[in-house]
Every structure is written in structure tokens, then in C-alpha cells.
Design a binder for this molecule. Structure first.
Ligand code: C2E
Ligand code: MG
Ligand code: MG
Ligand code: MG
Length: 294
């Protein structure tokens, strides 16, 4: 191929890229074993009712504890899992684990599980969800599925029907990273959804001296749109009191971010919910439970 291209700067022979490619192959080989080896974990980040300052539930975020590399971030291993098809088994495991863990939390706390496009196309996703609920005993309305616009655009009618059936059972549906995709408003209206998660890029800009006013206008418009569609809004990636303040003023329903907590291990989550349940959110936030920062 290098010869055909007639140039020695052909990317395939770039030493660093070649090294990266080899590294990805090695990582993928390890990932194939990770699930059975018990190296995957679910961690949980709290979602807060902004008006009342109470914990509503948690987003489940997958972690890979690699034996020699340490904690590999999902931004690295989820794309590998998607390209290889491993995401189907990993996704089923994520649903089972998240539902089982959430069934131990007090009250009506919810768990939100991320789902990839491939899980819609290639796997009996609906069956995996129903089995996870059955095995854990978790009430369906305590489970939320988070998906991105790109997950839906592949075969939208299939996805819409599947989501509609899950919603009939009581499962909630959230559209993740909203504002970064390309779906039209007409399309958005057809989706059976319960909430929009405003992408954290917009939240990060809220207290920026120059980008702030624009970000505020965008978040406000998304919030109005969500209201018009009968959806709740979730702001992800809240890091500062100032951002929280703007979001509360705009009437955003739910907040999530490092301001409240990083994703916590299962054990730390259990401690967090028990503290929050007994002494309130401030006590749980102040407890500095051992979180793992990827
Ligand atoms: P996401 O679903 O949009 O998850 C939110 C990401 O933002 C998480 O990154 C979370 O740790 C991070 N985050 C939360 N609060 C803050 C904040 O205040 N500031 C900043 N800078 N970041 C914050 P994480 O855990 O690294 O996950 C990255 C992505 O990987 C997720 O984005 C999701 O798309 C994917 N992912 C994670 N777990 C799963 C899973 O079980 N299944 C699938 N299919 N995808 C997953
Ligand atoms: Mg998410
Ligand atoms: Mg998100
Ligand atoms: Mg994201």
C-alpha cells in the first residue's frame, strides 16, 4: 500500500501510529477476557433533584480494572467493545449488575444505565432489560436507559418501537449528551423519552466570562424545548456552585457532576445512599467516600 501511494509519509508506517495500533490490539485481547476475569465494575454517580437538594438516583458508569494498566477509562475501552461486538455481553452484564446493586438502595432511588447503538441492533436488548429486572427484583420504574442520538439514527423505527415497549413496562428513557448530535426536532418528537441530558460542554461554559451568556441561552432553550415535549432536563458535568446556581434559576430538574460526587464504587455508593437517607445530601457529600477518579 505504501508503494501504491508512492510516498513515504503514508500513515500506516508512521511508527507512533503503528505502536498505537498494536497497543489497541493488545488491549482488545485483554478486554476479551475482562468480563470473565471479573475485571469490570460498575461505579455510580449521584443525580440530584436541584430544587429540593435530594438524591434521586445514580448513573451507572462502567470501569475496567486492568491487571497491569490500572483503571482504563470507558472512553478507551467502550469504543473497542463496540467495534468488536463485546459490548453486547458487557452491556447485558452492566444491566444485571446495576439492577442488582440498585435493588439494595433504600426508597425509590433510580439507576440509569448507558446503552450503545450496537445493543439496539445486534442483541436482544429488550430481553436483557427484562431479565435484569426479573433477576434483581428491581421495580421497572427505578430503571432508566441512557442512549445517545447516534444510537437511534441507525434504524430509527426499530429503536423507537423497542423504547416504546420498554416504556410501557415502566422503564424510563433518557437521551444522553443532548446538543452534540444531529437529530431534527421532528425526529426528537417521535422518540418515546422521559428526559433530556444536556451535554456537559454547555454546562462547563455556563460560568465562563465570555462563553457564559451563549451557554446560558442554549441551556435555557433546551430546557424550554424539553418542557414543550413534556420531558425533564438533566444537567451533566456540574462542577461549580455558580453553574448549579444558573441551572437552578433556569428551572433545570436534575443535576449531576463532580460538585456532588465522582462515580463511586458499589460499596461507597451504598454508604452514600445510607448517609443521604439518614442525614441528608450535605452529610453524604461531606463524607469523602472513596471514589476512584479515572
Ligand atoms: P456519559 O454517559 O455521558 O457519562 C458521563 C461522563 O461524564 C462520565 O465519564 C462521568 O464520569 C463524567 N462526569 C460526570 N460528572 C462530571 C463533571 O463534573 N466533570 C467532568 N469533566 N466529567 C464528569 P466516564 O465514566 O468516563 O464515561 C464516559 C462515557 O463512557 C459515558 O459518557 C458513556 O458514554 C460511556 N459509558 C460509561 N459506562 C458505560 C456503560 O456501562 N455502557 C456503555 N455503553 N457506555 C458507557
Ligand atoms: Mg450517560
Ligand atoms: Mg452524558
Ligand atoms: Mg458523554
Amino acid at each position: 500500500a505504501a508503494k501504491a501511494a508512492g510516498r513515504d509519509r503514508l500513515v500506516l508506517y508512521e511508527p507512533t501510529l503503528q505502536h498505537e495500533a498494536q497497543d489497541r490490539v493488545a488491549l482488545l485481547a485483554d478486554l476479551r477476557l475482562a468480563l470473565d476475569a471479573g475485571q469490570l465494575e460498575m461505579h455510580y454517580q449521584p443525580q440530584i433533584d436541584l430544587a429540593r437538594g435530594r438524591v434521586l438516583g445514580f448513573e451507572a458508569l462502567m470501569r475496567w480494572r486492568h491487571p497491569t494498566r490500572g483503571l482504563v477509562p470507558p472512553a478507551v475501552f467502550i469504543p473497542l467493545a463496540e467495534h468488536s461486538g463485546l459490548i453486547v455481553a458487557m452491556g447485558a452484564w452492566a444491566l444485571q449488575t446495576a439492577c442488582r446493586d440498585a435493588a439494595r438502595w433504600p426508597g425509590t432511588l433510580r439507576v440509569a444505565v448507558n446503552v450503545s447503538a450496537l445493543q439496539f441492533e445486534r442483541s436482544p436488548m429488550e430481553q436483557h432489560v427484562l431479565e435484569a429486572l426479573q433477576h434483581s427484583g428491581l421495580a421497572a420504574d427505578r430503571l432508566e436507559i441512557e442512549l445517545t442520538e447516534s444510537a437511534l439514527l441507525q434504524d430509527s423505527q426499530h429503536a423507537i418501537d423497542l423504547l416504546a415497549r420498554l416504556r410501557t413496562v415502566g422503564v424510563h428513557i433518557a437521551l444522553d449528551d443532548f446538543g452534540t448530535g444531529f437529530s431534527s426536532l421532528a425526529y426528537l418528537r417521535r422518540l418515546p423519552l422521559d428526559q433530556l441530558k444536556i451535554d456537559r460542554a454547555f454546562i462547563a461554559d455556563l460560568d465562563h466570562p465570555r462563553a457564559g451568556p451563549t451557554a446560558r441561552a442554549i441551556v435555557s432553550a433546551v430546557h424550554d424545548l424539553a418542557r414543550a415535549l413534556g420531558l425533564r432536563t438533566v444537567a451533566e458535568g456540574i462542577e461549580t456552585e455558580a453553574q448549579q446556581q444558573v441551572l437552578t434559576e433556569l428551572g433545570c430538574d436534575v443535576g449531576q457532576g463532580f460538585l456532588y460526587a465522582h462515580a463511586l464504587t458499589r460499596e461507597a455508593t451504598q454508604a452514600f445512599v445510607e448517609l443521604a437517607h439518614r442525614d441528608g445530601l450535605a452529610a453524604a457529600r461531606g463524607a469523602h467516600l472513596d471514589s476512584v477518579h479515572p
